[in-house]
Design a protein around this ligand. Structure first.
Ligand code: UDX
Length: 445
């Protein structure tokens, strides 16, 4: 099938690569000339395991092409996937300007019959919005139909999520369009759920909002565990063993970040307020998430700080992990950002390390009061405490004896619960984590 993908961000590139790999002819379009030049010369503009190989193989085998010409791509294709960015505006509303621009491009180049698929995460009603824009600006005799096909991939495991999703959701208003999409997804071995467009649009937001709720819920339970002396890891296991609840996405920590959850929850709240019923529950989910960092920093101050406006003045703190989660260099809504800012505001000097996100982190956090280090051991050198902000695999396997020797104050504050407390105690390090009792170094308890 001839497919055009508008947008070469995470969703656009992964969609292009995977559809091409299934034997389709794919043209991927972006208005960013530099990005398209990079892609043409085999450079992948984002860090995503397995993606460069998939792009290169399919480009080499001539099933995948990159261009800045939407006209060329649209006129040559039967199916057009809109995969452009939908960033948040102030107040949570989704900015649909890129979707609008994509719809106009399609309208200007409408020949034959096109199926236009919204894959970008868009508020309920955007299918109609795209239809109206195309009707208004259409040029030529072509016909079209709009379909919704939300994407559920996670960064860091985007290829495997796209190839093995839990489900594929298709929202269509005609059987013909739904069956064209079903044809594209024929090679997939998973359940495919065909529904109306409005429901498909809400499925995407409701899924992300539910997962965010699950995270805030377990984080609120972790607060309760901290005060009562219970262990949130045990509680999550016991609660998650109920199949109706499930154990996935139930890890307490510094809260959710990334390019999707924060903006999608805000957008759903905005939509719910705009069209009527409101969604107070989600406001609380957001508030719990936003309070994670100040609560965590309070514990750091309580243990290694002093009074006054700059309670951490003179303290050096190692920050292990900057990316919003492991296996990505993405710093969007990373919890490390408010964490580092608050620690610096309180007077601390930071020694930060991340396996791949340092360049992106520098653009957001700058270099004042933050020294970027070459390794976890390097960042621990002379620090009064180490903080785990992202659960990178390499941190789980750290030589804790080396960390203790490097630290001037052997204390770890673990915002992601990556260690077994007894293991840290055995290495002679005091350990503070989330929703579990602190442990002292062995022999000092
Ligand atoms: C998410 C959705 O999972 C995906 O379906 C959607 O398409 C895009 O948004 P992503 O943002 O890549 O994917 O990351 P994800 O792995 O879902 O993690 C989101 C955030 O939740 C991260 O900040 C992570 O640290 C946090 N999280 C996740 C927790 O705090 N606890 C958990 O148990 C799981």
């Amino acid at each position: 099938m001839k497919i055009c993908v508008l947008g070469s961000g995470y969703v656009g590139l992964v969609t292009s690569a995977v559809f091409a790999d299934m034997g389709n002819d794919v043209i991927c379009v972006d208005i960013d000339e530099g990005r398209i030049e990079d892609l043409k010369s085999g450079k992948c503009p984002i860090f995503e395991p397995g993606l460069p190989e998939l792009l290169n193989r399919n480009t080499h085998e001539e099933r995948l092409e990159f261009t800045t010409s939407a006209a060329k791509a649209v006129t040559q294709s039967e199916i057009i996937f809109i995969c452009v960015g939908t960033p948040p505006k102030d107040g949570g509303e989704t900015d649909l300007s890129q979707v609008k621009a994509a719809a106009k491009e399609i309208a200007n180049n409408l020949n034959g019959h096109k199926i236009i698929v919204n894959k970008s995460t868009v508020p309920v009603g955007t299918g109609d919005f795209v239809r109206e824009i195309i009707e208004k600006f259409r040029n030529g005799n072509g016909s079209f139909d709009v379909v919704s096909n939300p994407e559920f991939l996670r960064e860091g495991q985007a290829i495997s999520d796209s190839l093995h999703p839990d489900r594929i959701v298709i929202g269509a208003s005609s059987e013909e369009s739904a069956s064209r999409l079903l044809e594209i997804y024929r090679p997939w071995d998973c359940s495919v759920f065909v529904t109306d467009i409005l429901s498909a649009e809400i499925i995407k937001y409701a899924s992300n909002a539910f997962l965010a709720t699950k995270i805030s819920f377990i984080n609120a339970v972790a607060n309760l565990c901290e005060v009562s002396g219970a262990n949130v890891s045990e509680v999550a296991k016991g609660v998650g063993a109920d199949k109706r609840i499930g154990s996935g996405f139930f890890d307490a920590g510094l809260g959710y970040g990334g390019s999707c959850f924060p903006k999608d929850v805000d957008s759903l709240i905005h939509t719910a307020n705009k069209i009527g019923p409101g969604f107070e529950l989600l406001r609380e989910v957001v508030e719990i998430n936003e309070n994670r960092i100040s609560r965590f920093v309070d514990r750091i101050v309580e243990r290694i700080g002093e009074g006054g406006e700059k309670p951490l003045a003179g303290r050096v703190i190692a920050i292990l992990g900057l990316a919003f989660k492991p296996e990505t260099d993405d710093m969007r809504e990373a919890k490390s950002v408010p964490l580092c800012r608050m620690l610096v505001d309180y007077g601390a000097q930071l020694r930060a390390y991340d396996p791949i996100a340092i360049d992106n982190a520098k653009k957001i956090l700058g270099e004042e009061n933050i020294e970027y280090c070459r390794s976890a051991y390097d960042s621990a050198k002379g620090a009064d405490a180490a903080v785990i902000a992202t659960e990178w695999r390499e941190f789980i396997q750290l030589d804790l004896d080396r960390i203790r020797e490097a630290l001037s104050g052997p204390v770890i504050f673990d915002g992601r619960n990556i260690y077994v407390p007894a293991q840290v105690a055995k290495a002679g390090i005091e350990y503070h984590c989330i929703g579990r009792a602190p442990t002292l170094p062995e022999g000092k308890g």
